[in-house]
Unconditional design. Structure first.
Length: 169
């Protein structure tokens, strides 16, 4: 429904631009931030950037780990997926969001191995795993792309539903 008086459009025109300084909270002396400059050397050496993660997660902290996995190899004992679960436990991550697992998540064997790996790794605790890939048939377990979302611990109780679409998201 449009606004016949044009007041909404006029309000949007008169909006002052917001600066980064207004959005970002002021850092205190106890917070030490590194200034990051994206350079060819950083890209070539894959230097991490951002705040240094505290070893012990403080109460009330919710950690999300997002990554491009560039392919996970799985076998009957879990393979790379077992390492992913162990690393998530070490980092005390609540949600893992990943792209390009390069597995055909529509194959029963792939889902079975990943679910069993979560169950074997007792430190994962309660979990909800959602994997997706396109509906195009693959001859092997390898299929380019795909997404993965693994919720752990108390965050699992907050999930209402899961699913994927025909594009493998």
């Amino acid at each position: 429904m449009s606004d016949p008086s044009g007041s909404v459009q006029q309000d949007l025109i008169n909006v002052e631009p917001t600066t980064a300084a207004q959005i970002q909270p002021q850092t205190t002396q106890s917070q030490k931030r590194r200034t990051i400059k994206l350079t060819t050397e950083n890209l070539r050496n894959n230097e991490p950037f951002g705040d240094v993660m505290a070893e012990k997660k403080e109460a009330g902290t919710f950690r999300i780990w997002g990554s491009n996995f560039n392919g996970l190899n799985i076998d009957d004992s879990g393979g790379d997926f077992m390492e992913l679960c162990e690393e998530a436990t070490t980092m005390q991550v609540d949600i893992i969001a990943g792209t390009e697992h390069n597995l055909d998540a529509r194959k029963y064997y792939v889902r079975k191995i990943c679910y069993e790996t979560c169950m074997k790794n007792r430190q994962v605790g309660h979990y909800k795993l959602q994997m997706s890939s396109t509906p195009i048939e693959a001859a092997t377990l390898y299929k380019p792309g795909g997404t993965l979302l693994l919720a752990r611990g108390n965050s699992v109780a907050r999930i209402i539903e899961g699913g994927d679409d025909d594009m493998g998201r």
